[in-house]
Ligand binder design. Structure first.
Ligand SMILES: Cc1ncc(COP(=O)(O)O)c(C=O)c1O
Length: 397
C-alpha cells in the first residue's frame, strides 16, 4: 500500500516551513505530540505539578505500554530517561567488571559510549576491544566470533558486547540479531545502542536477543527533546546494579536498609518531565499507527534515491557503508567543508547536519574523513525536497 505522505505532512506543521533532512538530529514532531506536551504543561500550571501527574497517571503508564509494544517487551522492562545517553549509561555502569574483563565494541560506536568505556577501563582494569568491520563496512560477525572463542577461561573473559545499531555518522545498519545470537551462545551481556534506529526500523528485542537497549525520543521516533528510554531484560536485573539509586529506584525500608524496585524503573530517577514523558508515549503510538515495516520501506526507498542522485552530482561523494542501509545519507563535496555545505543549504531552508571525526574516532579517521554532511530522511520527506537539496549543491561549491 502506498504511504500516505500527504497525511503525514498535514500532521507535521514544520513541513510547510523547511525541507527537514535532519531527522537523525531531531525529527519534526507530529501535532499530536506537540499538543499533548503543551496540554500537560497547561494542566500543571492550572492545578499543580503533582496533581497533574496524578490526573494523568493513566497516560503516563500508557507511555510504558506504547514503548513495550514498539520493541516487543513487557512494560516492567522499560525505564523512561531524559535521553539515550543516560539510558545507555545506566545499563553500562551497572555491569560488574573486574581487571582483565573484556568489552567488545564496534567501529561505529558513538563518542559518549566510548568515553564511558575508557573511564570504566581506567577505573576497573577492564579492556576495550574494537571488533573489525567486514568488507561491507559493518561489524564483522566472523571477527566477533573469533574474539569470543575460548570464552569460559578464567581470565580475559568477554563480559560485555556493546555496539551501536545505526551510527551517527552513516547509513549502515549493524547486524544486531547475529550479534545477539553470539552473545547468547557465549553468555555475555549485550547492550545495543538503538538511538538512531528506533522509530525508523522495526525493533524486536526478543529477536535481537539484547539484554539492554537504549534509545532517544527526539530522532526517528519524533518525540519531544529530553526523552529517552532503556529496555532491561527482566532476567538480567539480578546480575547488575544501577549506578545511582534514589527513593524512586529503591525504598528506604529501615534506617540501615533499602530495597531496589523490582522492575526496570530502578534505572529511573524520581523527578522527571511528565509532559515530555507523556509526549514520548504519544510518539511511540503514532509510529506504531503507521507501522514500522511501512516506515522503514518508505525511508530506505527515499534514502536510496537520494544516494543515487548525489552520486550523479559532479564533485559529490557518498560515504555510507553496510549491507543493509537506512535513512541516514552522508556525503562530502570536493573543495568545500561540510560545515559550509550545511550552512549554504540552511540558507535555502534545507536542514542537514555535520558529523565530525570527534563523534566517531574508531571510524571516520580510518576512512580519511574529518567530517561529513549528513542528510537524514524521514517518511514525511518528499522527492521534491530531495530535488531541492540536489539543485542547491552546485551553489555550495
Ligand atoms: C548512536 C548514538 N548514540 C547515542 C546518542 C546520544 O543520544 P542522546 O543525545 O539522546 O543522549 C546519539 C546522538 O546522536 C547517537 O547518534
Amino acid at each position: 500500500m502506498a504511504f500516505d505522505v500527504a497525511r503525514a505532512r498535514r500532521e507535521t506543521p514544520g513541513t510547510t516551513r523547511v525541507a527537514h533532512l535532519n531527522n537523525a538530529g531531531a525529527a519534526l514532531p507530529p501535532s499530536s505530540v506537540t499538543e499533548t506536551v503543551i496540554a500537560h504543561l497547561r494542566l500543571e500550571a492550572a492545578i499543580g505539578g503533582y496533581e497533574a501527574a496524578a490526573a494523568a497517571a493513566e497516560q503516563i503508564e500508557g507511555t510504558y505500554d506504547a514503548i513495550a509494544r514498539l520493541i516487543g517487551c513487557r512494560m516492567d522492562e522499560i525505564a523512561v530517561t531524559e535521553n539515550a545517553t543516560r539510558a545507555w549509561d545506566m545499563a553500562f555502569y551497572a555491569i560488574p567488571l573486574r581487571p582483565g574483563d573484556r568489552i567488545l565494541t564496534g567501529r561505529a560506536e558513538y563518542a559518549s559510549n566510548v568515553i564511558a568505556f575508557l573511564q570504566v577501563a581506567r577505573r576497573t582494569g577492564a579492556v576495550v576491544e574494537v571488533v573489525d568491520d567486514d568488507e561491507h563496512g559493518q561489524l564483522c560477525i566472523a571477527d566477533l566470533r573469533r574474539r569470543l572463542q575460548g570464552q569460559g577461561a578464567r581470565s580475559g573473559e568477554v563480559k560485555l558486547i556493546a555496539i551501536t545499531h545505526v551510527p551517527t555518522q552513516g547509513g549502515l545498519v549493524n547486524p544486531a540479531e547475529e550479534v545477539g545470537a553470539l552473545a547468547h551462545e557465549a553468555g555475555v551481556f549485550f547492550l545495543l545502542d538503538a538511538c538512531q534506529s528506533v522509530g525508523q526500523l522495526p525493533l524486536d528485542v526478543q529477536r535481537i536477543g539484547c539484554d539492554f537497549l537504549s534509545a532517544t525520543g527526539r530522532k526517528y521516533l519524533r518525540g519531544p527533546r529530553g526523552t529517552g528510554f532503556l529496555y532491561a531484560r527482566s532476567s538480567v536485573l539480578d546480575h547488575v546494579e544501577p549506578p545511582f539509586l534514589d527513593l524512586h529506584a529503591a525504598t528506604w525500608t529501615a534506617p540501615e536498609h533499602y530495597e531496589i524496585q523490582p522492575g526496570a524503573r530502578r534505572f529511573e530517577s524520581w523527578e522527571t518531565n511528565y509532559a515530555a514523558k507523556i509526549g514520548l508515549g504519544v510518539a511511540a503510538d503514532y509510529a506504531l499507527s503507521w507501522g514500522l515495516d511501512a516506515i522503514e520501506a518508505r525511508i530506505t526507498a527515499l534514502a536510496g534515491r537520494l544516494r543515487d542522485r548525489l552520486r550523479a552530482v559532479d564533485g559529490v561523494r557518498v560515504h555510507d557503508q553496510g549491507r543493509r542501509r537506512c535513512g541516514i545519507v552522508t556525503f562530502t563535496v570536493d573543495g568545500t567543508s561540510a560545515r559550509e555545505v550545511q550552512q549554504r543549504l540552511a540558507e535555502a531552508r534545507i536542514n542537514t547536519s555535520v558529523s565530525y571525526a570527534s563523534s566517531a574516532r574508531f571510524d571516520l579517521p580510518r576512512r580519511g574523513l574529518p567530517e561529513l554532511v549528513r542528510a537524514s530522511v524521514h517518511y514525511y520527506n518528499t522527492e521534491e525536497e530531495l530535488d531541492r537539496l540536489i539543485n542547491a549543491l552546485p551553489a555550495c561549491r
